[in-house]
Design a protein around this ligand. Structure first.
Ligand code: SER
Length: 389
């Protein structure tokens, strides 16, 4: 399926489900807290925060993005680009976790003849916040995804914000298993390179407000008055799965750039002096699995699960990481509403009064009249994400 058709199907599906279709905005962010449009949600931040009344309860778009914090990955992985398009659907106080999961599952797995993408549901894996029982129950009981394909992670590894004060929430990431030629078994929590279990769609359940901070080091300063949904599916990632290409650079909409570079440079793509420079490909992982003459078993060893430097302050408390496939209710304390628990645990840092979110004269977020201490100017990490993306 061509990328243009993947885009059209996205917009048609969400229009048919009551979403206002919005155009892509400028790559220079309309939101003053960030320089570039790093995600599809950027033009909707005031509606998610509640600082502006949304003209529609739900919207969808395919947004052109520059994600500055991904730049170091470009050329090293199969899936990162300096520029990409993010297909998104958004709810402003309308549907929440279950609705977002239902839409994603239906669009991905419905047959091509019914307007869907026709992906095999058996190849889809999810990562969710370990405290998110709503998503766990909905995925495993209502939709019927086997428990082993829903993996639980601590909040710091499965949450999203722009990297600046604004909305934040835990995620449900949807990954597509490209098969054993591309990486180890064990799901996205084990496949550290992310080439086998390719993240194709991130559903963000916005319910918190984050404050100032650098990288993963920031405070949650409150809860949103109304929850919101912000989802993002990499259009080029969907395309490289559906076009059966080894990386996002070889899809129909990106490869012409490489072809033009070949013409201009007189050099051929994929035929470098080292014997081939195409990223991805089945052979890339297979090469890594060949026994090393001096370390005959090294290729059989699994990499350790991802260790991230995430350091939320206050860190949402979580029990020691459970066995990945442990069903909900085992191995950790459970709470009726994880968000309430988070708030309760850190209540000293949260605004005591309710009220709409607003910006003060210096543009900082405030709600209910109390702000956390301003730590001064910080380095930006736009598109902060606990996950690897
Ligand atoms: N904002 C989230 C992301 O960029 C989902 O759209 O991953």
């Amino acid at each position: 399926m061509r990328t243009s058709e993947i885009r059209t199907r996205w917009l048609d599906y969400f229009a048919a489900n009551g979403h206002e279709i919005r155009p892509s905005v400028s790559l220079v962010s309309p939101e003053p807290s960030i320089l570039f449009t790093v995600a599809g949600m950027v033009p909707f931040i005031p509606y998610i925060l509640g600082t502006q009344q949304p003209p529609w309860p739900r919207a969808a778009s395919v947004q052109k993005c520059i994600r500055t914090n991904d730049i170091d990955n470009v050329g090293r992985t199969t899936r990162h680009g300096t520029f990409f398009q993010m297909s998104g659907n958004f709810s402003f106080g309308d549907y929440f976790k279950e609705g977002a999961i239902d839409y994603a599952w239906e669009l991905l797995t419905s047959g091509v003849d019914r307007g869907g993408y026709g992906l095999d549901g058996e190849r889809l894996w999810m990562t969710i916040w370990e405290e998110d029982e709503v998503s766990w129950n909905h995925l495993t009981r209502t939709i019927g995804v086997p428990e082993r394909r829903v993996q639980k992670l601590p909040f710091a590894e499965i949450s999203w914000s722009t990297g600046q004060p604004g909305p934040a929430g835990s995620c449900c990431e949807i990954h597509y298993d490209r098969g054993p030629d591309y990486g180890p078994d064990g799901g996205p929590a084990v496949d550290t390179r992310g080439d086998r279990f390719l993240e194709i769609w991130n559903l963000v359940f916005d319910e918190f407000i984050r404050g100032e901070g650098r990288g993963h080091d920031f405070e949650l300063v409150g809860k949103l008055e109304r929850t919101a949904i912000d989802t993002g599916a990499g259009l080029e990632r969907l395309a490289f799965i559906m076009q059966d290409k080894p990386n996002m650079y070889e899809i129909d909409e990106v490869y012409p750039v490489i072809a033009a570079a070949e013409t201009m440079s007189g050099r051929s793509y994929g035929r470098g002096a080292a014997g081939g420079r195409r990223l991805g490909g089945r052979r890339a992982y297979a090469r890594g699995r060949r026994p090393h003459p001096l370390r005959p078993h090294a290729h059989l060893r699994r990499r350790a699960p991802r260790q991230r430097r995430a350091r939320l302050r206050p860190a949402p408390p979580h029990p020691p990481r459970r066995a990945l496939h442990a069903p909900a209710g085992r191995g950790g304390r459970r709470h009726a509403d994880p968000a309430d628990r988070l708030q309760g645990r850190h209540e000293g840092l949260l605004p005591r009064t309710g009220g709409a979110v607003a910006r003060d004269q210096r543009g900082r977020l405030r709600r209910g009249g109390r702000l956390p201490a301003h730590p001064g100017r910080r380095h930006h990490h736009p598109g902060h994400r606990g996950g690897r993306r």
